[in-house]
Ligand binder design. Structure first.
Ligand SMILES: [Zn+2]
Length: 476
């Protein structure tokens, strides 16, 4: 009995600290202890002229609007690029050619196995208390319903604690709707990613989640979810804030809400590729500063924001440096991760394949939370590393991008590598509206802005260049 309780406590601790990981509270650099990096500060200040050259080239020179224009051409040509699809592979080939056209030829792709989840017909009809179509998007890897669908009564809970407190016989045979109010993404998303497993454990026949967003014009938001071993896989989908709140009001009034859910999909194994583009360093080519974004997207929208923009500012870095004939001491490696959306699959494969050389990663960067106006970086690393990055960020005061946010596990794909002890950063940007569009049909070029992409591309390029060219490695 004691042993069992201990295991239970461990499971709860795991759930609270890992699954619900809201990570460390974010702190601005000004709240940190004072840094003293000695003469390195003078060395960093000497890059001011290079930063200006890069900014001039992007803000008013030949690269003005180029990031936006190339991103638009790309997403208009391919649209959504889901994991495992032929169109994703064609878009990878396109990016390789686009890079070779810039006379950058150190490009390799690394194959890996990825899931392909194909969404079929999806429909939810409210049958009681009145007939109504409910907008939905099935969640990643959801299983199908039987041909005739699942017809059942709904129970509404706001969180896992409420579900746990509901007797099993009340949940059994029902559809569970989770309607958490959006606080932060990392706090709220657990209801999407773990909802089906938690509901099935209590005997539910399907689960729904209020879309993980603070704002809606009746748009459902899809996303990944994970079934668990030895728990029945039940169909699971996101519905809109409007329909979720409607069902909640009816439920609170004691009205019986009955839905018919029809969802069909298939799941296959396919091969995809991570893409590695190197601008070789002139003195220490084996040492890497990585800039990255993911090339796959959800199957809805165009994947312009998630993560076309992040991929394109990472593409722009070696291109701008090559055009300006700026070759840093270390290699700048651009990575387009594949299959991020179905579980960081490309990043995990890269980490495994390159584990023995991870000491060569000097710094790793990722943009996957929007490419709105840059504000600075969310940085993981020791105190000395953060002090060095903070000093570099001072060179970006003119574009208001000097803020360092402490975050021990920034980014999505790169967190896989940062968690092994590699210092790195995610783009900190003015992304208050990011989750309005995230994983919806609304993720299109209309979210993107040419000036913001120019700011992002110049900032990303200059930061990567300075780190790759410094006289010292970023300490760990
Ligand atoms: Zn993303």
């Amino acid at each position: 009995m004691f042993v069992k309780v201990t295991i239970l406590v461990k499971v709860i601790v795991f759930l609270v600290f890992f699954v619900q990981c809201d990570c460390a509270p974010k702190k601005k650099y000004s709240e940190l202890k004072k840094c003293d990096i000695g003469q390195l500060a003078d060395e960093i200040a000497s890059y001011d002229a290079v930063v200006k050259d890069i900014m001039d080239y992007v803000f008013s020179g030949p690269f003005k609007n180029q990031t936006y224009d190339e991103l638009a051409k790309f997403v208009d040509k391919f649209g959504a690029r889901p994991s495992g699809s032929d169109v994703l592979e064609q878009s990878i080939d396109y990016m390789i050619k686009l890079t070779r056209d810039e006379d950058i030829n150190d490009i390799v792709t690394e194959e890996l196995e990825v899931p392909e989840w194909i969404r079929g017909e999806e429909q939810i009809t409210m049958l009681e208390p009145r007939k109504k179509n409910i907008q939905l998007l099935g969640l990643g890897k959801s299983v199908s319903t039987p041909e005739e669908g699942i017809t059942a009564e709904v129970i509404v809970v706001s969180n896992f604690e409420e579900l746990a407190a509901t007797p099993d016989n009340v949940v059994k045979g029902k559809i569970v709707l989770f309607d958490p109010v959006f606080t932060t993404y990392s706090e709220t998303v657990v209801h999407r990613s773990q909802g089906a497993a938690r509901a099935a454990e209590k005997g539910a026949v399907a689960s729904l989640v209020r879309s993980i967003t603070p704002f809606s014009i009746n748009s459902p938001h899809t996303g990944s979810q994970s079934y668990e071993e030895n728990i029945t896989k039940i169909p699971t989908a996101a519905i809109t804030l409007e329909d979720s709140d409607l069902i909640r009001r009816m439920y609170n009034r004691g009205e019986k809400v009955v839905l018919n859910i029809k969802m069909f999909s298939e799941l296959n194994n396919k091969t995809s590729r991570n893409t590695l583009i190197d601008l070789k360093g002139r003195e220490l080519p084996e040492k890497l500063v990585i800039v990255s974004g993911h090339i796959d997207s959800w199957d809805v929208g165009q994947g312009a924001m998630d993560d076309g923009g992040g991929m394109f500012i990472s593409w722009a870095a070696p291109v701008i440096l090559k055009r300006l004939n700026l070759r840093p001491k270390r290699t700048i490696r651009t990575i387009f991760w594949t299959a991020e959306e179905l579980g960081l699959i490309g990043a995990k494969a890269y980490e495994e394949k390159h584990r023995n050389e991870s000491h060569n990663i000097n710094f790793i960067m990722e943009s996957d939370e929007g490419t709105f106006a840059p504000l600075g970086l969310e940085v993981a690393g020791n105190q000395e590393a953060r002090c060095i990055i903070a000093e570099i960020l001072k060179l970006f005061e003119s574009i208001n991008a000097s803020t360092l946010v402490e975050d021990d596990s920034p980014g999505s794909d790169i967190a896989v590598i940062i968690n092994t002890g590699v210092p790195g950063a995610s783009l900190y940007n003015a992304n208050e509206k990011y989750f309005w569009f995230h994983h919806t049909e609304g993720d299109t070029m209309n979210v993107e802005d040419p000036k913001e992409l120019d700011l992002g591309a110049a900032f990303w390029t200059a930061v990567a260049y300075i780190i790759a060219d410094l006289s010292i490695d970023i300490p760990r």
